[in-house]
Design a protein around this ligand. Structure first.
Ligand code: ADP
Ligand code: MG
Length: 151
């Protein structure tokens, strides 16, 4: 399937892009965010939250693994960083199958629990302020959303 790219030059631009993405998301959508430490995964999630009209501050949930926020849809923010090398299932299916939108940072550490259909987003650091955002939809459902956003 085609991949889609968007380049940003500041954290604000990354947030604004994620905010636009939020407008095409619907209940049950799952987004995985990959990228090195500092690439912008949490910044991206903040933008998504803004787009879903969540007013609470979104922070990295590193120490809690899952945080839940209420907006137009519930937002489940998972940070799997601390699950590296573990096969612990903390009840992921309930989030993925729920009425909310799930965002997963470090999704590669919980690969075995991810639903087959999800929108994979890679954040690549180009320079201090530049990021390449690469969207890889793996089903028509997400491909349509990418196309709506980027063409
Ligand atoms: P991660 O969750 O991937 O570890 P964070 O979102 O916590 O990353 O941190 C990203 C850092 O990079 C922040 O300090 C942010 O201000 C900075 N930054 C600089 N340029 C950008 C950009 N274009 N997009 C996102 N973040 C950026
Ligand atoms: Mg983070």
């Amino acid at each position: 399937m085609k991949s889609y790219q968007f380049k940003t030059n500041s954290p604000e631009e990354t947030m604004a892009f994620a905010e636009r993405l939020a407008s095409v998301l619907t209940a049950g959508d799952v987004i995985t965010l990959e990228g090195d430490l500092g690439a912008g995964k949490t910044t991206f999630t903040k933008g998504l939250a803004k787009g879903l009209h969540i007013t609470r501050t979104v922070n990295s949930p590193t120490f809690t693994i899952v945080k839940e926020y209420n907006g137009d849809f519930p937002l489940y923010h998972i940070d799997a960083y601390r699950l590296e090398g573990s096969d612990e299932d903390i009840g992921f299916e309930e989030y993925f199958a729920g009425d909310g939108i799930t965002v997963v940072e470090w999704a590669k550490f919980i690969m075995e629990f991810l639903p087959e259909e999800h929108l994979d987003i890679q954040l690549v650091t180009i320079s201090e302020k530049e990021r390449n955002i690469i969207l890889n939809p793996n089903s028509n459902r997400y491909e349509n959303k990418c196309r709506e956003l980027l063409s």
